[in-house]
Design a protein around this ligand. Structure first.
Ligand SMILES: [Zn+2]
Length: 329
């Protein structure tokens, strides 16, 4: 708690906090201070001073002063504990994306240090080092992320809030290949593919955002939609860069509108051809939805029991896959 308090005071500037709440101020000449109307009392002559170096305020009108926490207590009429919680929430949102960036970087450094990760990539037919780097694929061995992030100054609560660790403090991702989702350059979620017996798919408890890598795929007038990121990776590796994924067969309304952002686009649905017919049923539903919006949507049928990844692993080539694209209906 003590440590979190210091971290909040150090990392949130009082001046930034006030400015985000539309406090306007002018610099007091020759002094390292800013002055403006007091947000804490009805002020008509600027009497509220902020010293950004010391991160404190003082009002000559109402005589109140203190640090960021004191200001929030007074301005929001919160107790000390409520203020800490309020600031932690704000702090968490602002630093969340930075935290995911740091996490993705760390997992990327782990990929080549664990032979089981390399063996799994090979088993799933991924060998292009440039592509692995481009997709920023990483590996979570489990058991070392928490210590690494704590060392960078992130609190236990922040890691817990982000879903990176469990209540017991264990890493949420363990023995998983990690694919970061990026939007506007920032990591917004992480997908972990189990390399062992655990449930195969895991995302952090937050929005998965838009379609995977949509910023580069959206330029294509023909788009191939696959279920998983290992499917996407082998197709990109085979030179088909117009492939995207919604991670699963269900598209959010945002993802649907992305597919529809170019009139006349042709969408090939290449979901898993599994024995229980789930992939095919989802494909037919999605095709109907896309066709209703005026898109040319077709279903690509893989050999029974295959997904695009296993199809390539079994020896298929880009031209075999393109033959299936031509037969899609
Ligand atoms: Zn005042």
């Amino acid at each position: 708690m003590r440590e979190d308090l210091e971290q909040i005071k150090k990392r949130i500037s009082l001046l930034d906090y006030l400015r985000q709440r539309n406090w306007t101020a002018r610099r007091v000449s020759a002094r390292e201070e800013f002055v403006g109307l007091c947000p804490l009392h009805a002020d008509n002559r600027p009497s509220f001073y902020v010293n950004p170096r010391k991160n404190v305020f003082y009002c000559h009108g109402c005589g109140r002063g203190g640090d960021l926490i004191r200001f929030v207590e007074l301005a929001e009429c919160l107790s000390f504990q409520q203020t800490i919680a309020h600031l932690q929430r704000g702090f968490a949102v602002a630093h969340d994306s930075e935290l995911l960036d740091k996490t993705a970087d760390f997992f990327q450094t782990q990929l080549h240090r664990h032979p089981e990760a390399a063996a799994y990539l090979q088993q799933r037919g991924l060998f292009d080092a440039g592509l692995i780097e481009q997709l920023q694929i990483g590996y979570a061995p489990g058991g070392n992320l928490r210590a690494h992030l704590r060392g960078l100054g992130y609190s236990f609560e922040l890691l817990l809030g982000a879903g990176l660790i469990s209540d017991q403090g264990r890493d949420a991702f363990c023995r998983r290949l990690i694919f970061p989702f990026r939007q506007q350059g920032r990591v917004i979620n992480l997908y972990g593919r189990s390399i062992g017996a655990a449930f195969p798919h895991r995302l952090l408890p937050r929005s998965k955002g838009g379609l995977f890598a949509w910023e580069s795929v959206r330029v294509f007038s023909t788009v191939i939609l696959v279920e998983g990121l290992l499917d996407l990776a082998v197709l990109w590796q085979a030179g088909l860069r117009n492939v995207t994924s919604a991670i699963g067969t269900h598209l959010t309304s945002d993802q649907l509108s992305q597919l529809c952002d170019q009139p006349g686009r042709c969408v090939y649905i290449a979901f898993d051809n599994d024995a229980n017919d789930a992939g095919q049923r989802a494909s037919r539903l999605l095709r109907a939805t896309l066709q209703r919006t005026g898109l040319d949507a077709r279903i690509l049928t893989l050999p029974p029991g295959h997904d695009p990844n296993s199809y390539f692993v079994s020896g298929a080539t880009a031209s075999d896959f393109l033959a299936l694209v031509r037969q899609a209906q």
